[in-house]
Every structure is written in structure tokens, then in C-alpha cells.
Design a protein around this ligand. Structure first.
Ligand code: SF4
Length: 397
């Protein structure tokens, strides 16, 4: 990684944290700590996390006031600014911008919103990739001089956390994001291929600046079905790994134990050792508040359900979680006494027990012996309807 204009000393990155009740004011204050003059006369792409259909305040998407302040601050510094996103499978970009409140703040400012899925992708080589050799990257990313990653602080059931480095996965074109979840396990390592792939991705797709929204984050069943967690902070830095490491600490995590951050740092993409990062203010660590982890096993949360998950992506995971939260209590009527309902998601299954509820297109090959719900991702109400129809037909399995 070359020294970016916002990270002049690569060996000793600087990260600033601001805490306060007003997310807009916090963001303006944190950006004032940096010399933004390099963006004068340049094009800046703001890449928030608006990957899901969720309203402001839910902790699922980036707070629109953080995006609003970023638009204002980078424009004030002389940049031409746009906001872009490519959401998860099954979500339409402009609808997510609308519901999240980001469309509103952008429209008020006459700032362009970009559906980054609209154009054909640019195939980008990953020369030293361990599990990926190339990526399909949204073409818009290459039209800009600077990319600012603006994630919201979230626990992620597959990757531990999702912050500014992982948020760049939302620059991968359409369904190609899912490919990173489908990679076979690499021999000779306990690291999951998804984490190695994010470390590979960081070697070619690193933002120039990280602006992390910790006003209301998400704990528990992140990235899509967790619980909002108010922290009232904003974190910023020119080394996205350093900013993520500070955000991890604020969430009660150690970045060295977040595999994709450890692997990316080992790849030389940035620094996560807090002893090598200059953080202000001095008492920043006092702002920490532990984010609850994702349950390791959904069966603990839903004892009548056994989830069989092989290489699913977070779109299916979120659908399943939301389905269980909404319909979990009604499922008892459809589960034979003393048994558990087996639910399969993901592409890696070979032999599933008869009667398994197979959710999503990835399980289509298993549909003969089970109850199949199509969709990518499937729809929660459709899953319930399929179960009901199956029961009405007399459980032929
Ligand atoms: S079917 Fe589910 S796991 Fe498979 S790609 Fe679609 S959303 Fe992801």
C-alpha cells in the first residue's frame, strides 16, 4: 500500500475519535482533524454501508447524518462528491438509499447517488491472492480519485465485525459478492476462505480514507438481524486497518482476533497493532462498550431448529434469522413432537436428512428429499407459506 495523502506516516498511522450525541457534528469535528486539501478539484466517492432494506436508526445501515456531514466536508474541501453502493443480493440500491434516509440527505444537497450495479464490472486482477485471482469490481469505483469507506460499526456473524475494510466488499459487482462465501476451505490453515478472500481483496481494493459511523451500531445477530447499539462515536483515519482496529477496541474486540483484519495486516495492507497507532483523544478507549457477539450456533437461540449451513452468504443467513424471529414461535405446529426442524442453507451440501427445509437457490440440488423454498435470497413469508402447504399436503416426507 502506498502512503495515501491522509496517511502520511505509514508506520505510525493517526486515528481520531469524536464522541457526542449529534452524529452530524461528530463527523464534521472528526474530519476537521485531517487536512482534506488533497481532494480539492478531485472526485470523491463516498461508499456508505447501505446494503440492506433498513431505516435510519436501526444500526443496519450507515447513519444518513454521517453521510450528510461527509458530503458537506469533502465539498467544502473542494471535491466533487457522489455517494455509491452495490447492496446485497435481492436489494435494489435506490430503494435501500430511500429507506435508509441517505437519499434524502443526498437529494437535499443535490449530491448524485450512484447505483453501482448498473454498469458492467471491471475485472480486476489480484496478483498475490491466496484464494482469489480476480474480482468483478463496480466500474464507478475507478471513475473517482478517492474512495471514502463509511461503514456502520456492526458485529458480523461470518467475519466477526464489518468495518471500513470489509465494507469495500460492497464495491464488488452484483452477485459476485456471494462468490467470496462459496470458496472451498484452503488446506493447511484454520482460517476461513472468506476471511482470506477479504484479506486478498484489501490488496487491490482499499479505500483512501475510513470514516466509521459508531453513532448507532449493531450487536448480536449482525450484519442484518442484530440489535441496535448506541455508542455515539465517529472514527476516522487514513489507514483503514488502523481505523478498524480502533473501532474494534471501541466495540470490545481485539483486531488481532478478527481474521480478515489480521490477514490483511499480514498482507501489508495496514496496521492493526494499537501500540503503533496514534489515537486521539488520549482517553478514547474510555468510549468503549462491548458489543454482544453473534451466537455461534442458531440452535441455541432456537432450540427446535437445527441449522445446516454450508457456504451460505449473509443474505440467506439474514433471511433465515429474520424468518425465525418473525415466525419462530409458530413453527412448533409444523415440527413433529420430539423432533427438530432441520433447515439447510448454502451451496456446499451433499446429503441432507429427508424432510430438511432447503432454503434458497443454492440448495436446489437437494430439493428432492426435502422441502424446497426458491429465491436468492428467499423471502421469509414464502418460507412459512411453503411449510404450511407442505403440512396441509400431509407431510409426504
Ligand atoms: S441462495 Fe442464499 S446462500 Fe445462495 S447465493 Fe442466494 S442468498 Fe446466498
Amino acid at each position: 500500500m502506498k502512503n495515501g495523502p491522509f496517511n502520511p506516516n505509514r508506520e505510525k498511522p493517526v486515528v481520531h475519535v469524536v464522541r457526542g450525541a449529534d452524529a452530524y457534528a461528530n463527523t464534521i469535528a472528526v474530519l476537521k482533524q485531517f487536512d482534506l486539501s488533497p481532494v480539492s478539484g478531485k472526485r470523491v466517492l463516498l461508499k456508505p454501508n447501505v446494503g440492506r432494506m433498513a431505516p435510519a436508526g436501526s444500526g443496519v445501515n450507515t447513519n444518513p447524518q454521517v453521510v450528510a456531514a461527509a458530503i458537506d466536508a469533502f465539498r467544502e474541501a473542494g471535491a466533487e462528491v457522489a455517494v455509491g453502493e452495490s447492496p446485497i443480493t435481492g436489494v435494489k440500491t435506490m430503494e435501500a438509499f430511500e429507506l435508509s434516509g441517505v437519499a434524502n440527505v443526498a437529494n437535499e444537497r443535490n449530491c448524485p447517488l450512484i447505483d453501482m450495479d448498473e454498469r458492467s464490472p471491471v475485472i480486476t486482477e489480484v496478483p498475490n491472492g491466496r484464494v482469489i485471482n480476480s474480482l468483478k469490481v463496480c466500474a464507478d469505483v475507478f471513475d473517482f480519485d478517492f474512495v471514502v469507506s463509511i461503514p456502520v460499526m456492526k458485529i458480523h456473524m461470518h467475519t466477526g465485525v464489518t468495518l471500513s475494510v470489509k465494507n469495500m466488499k460492497g464495491c464488488l459487482w452484483r452477485r459476485s459478492k456471494v462468490d467470496l462465501h462459496m470458496l472451498p476451505q484452503l488446506e493447511g490453515t484454520a482460517d476461513k476462505s472468506l476471511d482470506i478472500a477479504i484479506g486478498d481483496m484489501a490488496t487491490v481494493l482499499l479505500p483512501h480514507f475510513a470514516l466509521i459511523d459508531g453513532s448507532i451500531g449493531l450487536e448480536g445477530l449482525g450484519p442484518g438481524a442484530g440489535t441496535p447499539k448506541e455508542l455515539n462515536v465517529v472514527v476516522a483515519g487514513g489507514d483503514p486497518f488502523a481505523a478498524d482496529a480502533v473501532a474494534c477496541k471501541l466495540m470490545g474486540r481485539n483486531a488481532e482476533e478478527i481474521p480478515h483484519l489480521r490477514i490483511g495486516a499480514e498482507n501489508g495492507c495496514g496496521i492493526i497493532d494499537l501500540n503503533r497507532i496514534t489515537v486521539s483523544p488520549d482517553n478514547w478507549a474510555e468510549f468503549s462498550s462491548e458489543f454482544k457477539a453473534s451466537p455461534k450456533n442458531l440452535t441455541i437461540e432456537f432450540p427446535d431448529i437445527e441449522v445446516l449451513d454450508k457456504n451460505s452468504c449473509s443474505a440467506c443467513q439474514s433471511t433465515l434469522l429474520l424468518f425465525l424471529q418473525r415466525f419462530g414461535e409458530s413453527l412448533a405446529d409444523y415440527i413433529p413432537k420430539g423432533e427438530r426442524l432441520k433447515v439447510a442453507i448454502g451451496k456446499g451440501h451433499e446429503n441432507l436428512p429427508a424432510g430438511t427445509l432447503c432454503i434458497g437457490q443454492c440448495t436446489v440440488k437437494q430439493k428432492e428429499g426435502g422441502i424446497f423454498v426458491p429465491g436468492c435470497p428467499p423471502v421469509g413469508s414464502q418460507i412459512f407459506k411453503t411449510l404450511q402447504q407442505h403440512a396441509e399436503q400431509g407431510n409426504p416426507d
